[in-house]
Design a protein around this ligand. Sequence first.
Ligand code: HEC
Length: 177
Amino acid sequence: MQPALIPLGVLLALAAWPALAGELPPDAAVNPAAPNKTLEPRVVVNSGRLEWAPFKRDLTAWPTLSHEDKRPTKKPRKVKLPAALKGDPQRGRDIALDPSKGYCVVCHQIPGEDWPGTVGSPLLHYAQYKYPDAAIYQQIFDARVLNPNTVMPPYGTNGILTEQEIRDLVAYLQSIE
Ligand code: HEC
């Protein structure tokens, strides 16, 4: 047994850490050359290194919550729901499940979906609360008006969803018995 070797190994690993960290871009989440695209880590096989490749998707509408990310964000926006809801519940459900649209299921439980996220409150039996359409519309359009520290994306303000798509989502939630 050579007990001294183990602490030495730990020391070496610690000494190597700043060198490894130095290879990352100053802000690993954002590519300064393409501010709307984040970077994707890729393992360089058998090298112990990561490479950073730009994501293909334009993430303008999805600013990160990183303290390093200093890009300006749009201010929270209070909205009124003008006139009748005119939403289509079936389309709303599709939007809630579509990864390129609402993808609400990544944070919320939705009936009939087996692998939901649990960051947000379950949206099961949602009709029972009898919330006004306008309140749900505001929550989806820009949840920051109701909770400035929310992690829920401001779908309307950031142009992720259209007004009609948000109406469809409200109609869907109101239809969940
Ligand atoms: C990144 C996670 C996340 C995503 C994605 C998300 N939400 Fe949320 N949502 C939350 C959290 C967290 C709350 C709790 C309140 C808050 O913090 O704003 C919430 C609250 C809500 C509420 C109010 C819940 C209540 O208790 O009455 C509704 C309605 C809602 N979300 C609908 C949606 C819809 C519809 C979508 C998709 C278009 C969606 N959310 C996408 C995280 C998310």
